[in-house]
Design a protein around this ligand. Structure first.
Ligand code: SF4
Ligand code: SF4
Length: 287
């Protein structure tokens, strides 16, 4: 069972939900793993305190041109949709940071002058955290291609009963790489006009992907009612409401899990975890 926590915008409590759900599910003697796929700014580790045992470089393939074979025909530059390889006055230049590793230039080079060489884009860290398995990706500074690293994090995952994925914020390629192949997505939001706007975009994206989903509202008792009204109109279940509570903020600032330190939040997340897993299990049985 794979559950992703995503959000149309950052700062809506995505990591709080992912880490606390992983923690309470692991307390129920289930095999759980948490994958931090928010690779541009992974911060689950602050709260789950992993002991990393392995760190693996994640690479992408970029073209390497054999100048002895190249005739300067320019086909590679015409094929590349990302301007990652260009031919200027018969000389081929490669811009690895723009390359999407599609392999097109290599395939269409008439002289077979292009081979692939690995380029490191980040690191995958693996190890136990509290009572579950933990994997995180760290994108190197200056790198923009996060989907290959997200895929590497998912590939490094173990086989467990439940996988919780902390997805990157937004609605672009990195989020899709994180949430595809999951059974359920929780969209974290907040009751503000910005929260509603970005929630609507995230809902559109998840509907295109045809993944079951529900909404979690963080700081539910501040702001306005527009998010709830939208969920009602769209028949979207609100699976979790987290109040604007100083105690959560204090636990967060100390790098602690609310469900580990505060009894009422242990109860809240345990109840949500139970609702969620039985709802997903039922839908998987019906498929
Ligand atoms: S397609 Fe091949 S031969 Fe033509 S310019 Fe590019 S590398 Fe050189
Ligand atoms: S592999 Fe694809 S994206 Fe990269 S340089 Fe070649 S054509 Fe462009």
């Amino acid at each position: 069972m794979k559950i992703a926590i995503a959000s149309g915008k950052g700062g809506t409590g995505k990591t709080t939900i992912a880490t606390n759900l992983a923690f309470v599910l692991a307390q129920q003697d289930r095999q759980v793993q948490l994958l931090d796929c928010d690779v541009e700014e992974p911060n689950c580790h602050i709260f789950v305190k992993p002991e990393f045992q392995t760190s693996i470089p994640a690479t992408v393939a970029v073209p390497q041109v054999d100048q002895n074979k190249c005739t300067g025909c320019g086909t590679c530059g015409q094929v590349c949709q990302y301007s990652a390889i260009v031919c200027v006055k018969g000389k081929v230049l490669v811009f690895p940071e723009l390359c999407h590793s599609c392999g097109g230039c290599q395939r269409f080079c008439p002289e077979k002058a292009i081979s692939e060489t690995p380029r490191e884009v980040g690191i995958v860290d693996i190890g136990p955290a509290k009572s579950f398995h933990f994997v995180q990706g760290r994108l190197h500074i200056g790198q923009v291609m996060s989907p290959p690293l997200i895929n590497a994090v998912k590939k490094a995952a173990s086989k467990t009963d439940i996988t919780i994925i902390d997805a990157p914020p937004g609605t672009s390629c990195p989020v899709i790489a994180a949430v595809k192949d999951t059974d359920f997505v929780i969209l974290a939001t907040e009751p503000t006009p910005f929260g509603l706007n970005d929630l609507k975009l995230a809902v559109e994206m998840i509907r295109v992907l045809k993944i079951s989903f529900a909404v979690a509202i963080n700081r539910c008792d501040v702001g306005d009612l527009a998010v709830k009204e939208y969920c009602n109109q769209e028949n979207i279940p609100v699976i979790l409401e987290i109040p604007h509570d100083r105690k959560i903020a204090e636990a967060y600032s100390r790098g602690e899990l609310a469900s580990e330190k505060l009894k009422n939040y242990a109860d809240l997340f345990t109840q949500v975890a139970g609702d969620l897993t039985s709802q997903i299990a039922n839908s998987l049985i019906q498929q």
